[in-house]
Design a protein. Structure first.
Length: 467
């Protein structure tokens, strides 16, 4: 398939890859494709948001992301610390500088339109951009944010969204796990080496390694920030950040004179805290890596840190690279043959896929066979099948943060089960991915990132009754 590890793993900001990163990219792309002459003739801009983007967009900072994208900001380069100041200046002045070049009058209250009762035909995350020109004409274009920060326009195919050179040039082309395993048997290569060969068609080995190392550095930094940052998360639910306090308690129990609370399962507890730390950072709008989404961004970094610090590999740098290459392969298969969008198939496509990616990556880093890698990934998805996406208040906080902690532990368990076996298993990864796709299709829309069902409704109803 024509997809790169750097398509699955993108550096961006929280709280959502589909509702924040994707809309920011789409807004910037829309204006960039309008052209210099049309941009100079602009007198206004409007954005209509549909479906899940409209229903949970405020909680997911879609409005902020769209404005930043229209200003020319990108998810990987925007400074999270400057976002509020930039948006406040637009609101104060009533002027938006399109791509940093052309001033037009702007008010978010009138320029952003939320169509909560309707969706566009191709995907629940649809948005329509309209550029108004001085002669009274308009330029309109529809984009879809299809999960993990991926976007596509309504007039283009999703088939080739990646950064790769084209399927024909890829030495180990695969659309299914069956194909990838067949390549492994024919070549004698493990999955990370085949992924490396595919990537090196369009970049050098040094460039690939530098890019992967950069991803791990951002992930590692995100964990570190989350483990020392206390306070309250934005959004109105008044959710307290817990990772820092729990991490402090864990370190005191581990290193203090009183070891009474130092329990055997504390290593697993720490993995949960790594994941929660990342997703608290994400919920606060911090710098994260989509893995494969922002809502599930904590699982892979948590398991990778566990591998490096607790498994004590001989070559942690190579192990981390193999981990992320293998994880990317699983993510590619899930995106192509099902979805990684919570608005399309529920949280099974986010936390479930991230768990599978992390489990497969851990097995690869620990020297497992290709068949054991497949087994671990299959277990990771299988035990998230049917998981709904029902965030309370439309915020990526409850139950999202804890789900990442649980998903990281499940990934380690899945890897352990796979490594203890010989790689044979009853359900194939391709079959469980197809099951996930069909389960998502059968799932009611209210359980797919709309905050119209599940926990989102139950908790709010209870709270209102208590008042």
């Amino acid at each position: 398939m024509d997809m790169s590890v750097f398509d699955l793993f993108k550096i961006g900001i929280g709280p959502s890859s589909s509702h924040t990163v994707g809309p920011m990219v789409a807004a910037r792309r829309f204006l960039a494709e309008c052209g210099h002459g049309q941009l100079n003739a602009a007198v206004g801009v409007e954005v209509a948001l549909y479906g899940s983007l409209a229903l949970t967009g405020i909680g997911h900072a879609t409005d902020k992301a769209v404005i930043l994208g229209l200003m020319g900001e990108t998810p990987q380069d925007v400074d999270p610390e400057q976002v509020d100041a930039k948006l406040a200046a637009v609101e104060r002045d009533g002027v938006l500088r399109l791509l940093g070049k052309k001033d037009v009058p702007f008010s978010a209250r009138t320029a952003l339109r939320w169509h909560r009762g309707s969706s566009l035909p191709e995907h629940p995350n649809g948005m329509r951009f309209t550029l108004k020109l001085a002669d009274g004409s308009v330029i309109e274009r529809v984009f879809y944010s299809v999960g993990g920060g991926f976007i596509h326009a309504a007039d283009e195919s999703q088939a080739h969204q990646g950064a790769g050179p084209g399927d024909a040039a890829i030495p180990y082309f695969f659309d299914t796990m069956k194909q990838l395993l067949a390549h492994g048997k024919a070549s004698g290569l493990p999955i990370p080496q085949m992924l490396r060969a595919n990537e090196c068609i369009h970049m050098s080995g040094a460039q690939l390694d530098a890019g992967i190392d950069r991803l791990w550095q951002v992930m590692r930094d995100c964990i570190a920030r989350g483990l020392v940052t206390a306070g309250q998360l934005p959004g109105g639910l008044n959710v307290k950040r817990r990772a820092a306090n729990l991490w402090r308690q864990a370190q005191e129990a581990k290193h203090g004179a009183d070891r009474a609370n130092d329990l055997p399962h504390d290593a697993v507890h720490q993995v949960s805290l790594y994941a929660m730390a990342v997703n608290e950072e994400n919920a606060a709008g911090g710098r994260v890596v989509t893995a494969p989404t922002n809502g599930a961004a904590g699982i892979i970094p948590a398991v990778l840190r566990y591998y490096i610090e607790d498994c004590r590999p001989g070559d942690p740098v190579k192990g981390a690279r193999d981990f992320l290459l293998t994880a990317a392969a699983i993510g590619m298969l899930c995106k192509k043959n099902a979805s990684i969008s919570g608005a399309e198939i529920g949280c099974q496509g986010e936390v479930g896929v991230a768990c599978a990616m992390a489990a497969a990556g851990l097995v690869a880093a620990l020297g497992g066979s290709n068949e054991q890698i497949e087994n671990a990934a299959e277990i990771g998805i299988e035990h998230h099948l049917g998981m709904t996406c029902d965030p309370i208040g439309g915020l990526v906080q409850i139950p999202c943060i804890e789900r990442n902690g649980m998903g990281a532990v499940k990934a380690i368990t899945a890897a352990s089960l796979a490594l203890k076996g010989d790689g044979t298993h009853f359900v194939s990864l391709d079959e469980v991915i197809d099951t996930m796709r069909q389960t998502g299709a059968d799932m009611q829309d209210k359980y797919k990132e709309t905050s119209l069902g599940g926990l989102a409704i139950h908790v709010i109803t209870v709270n209102h009754a208590a008042c």
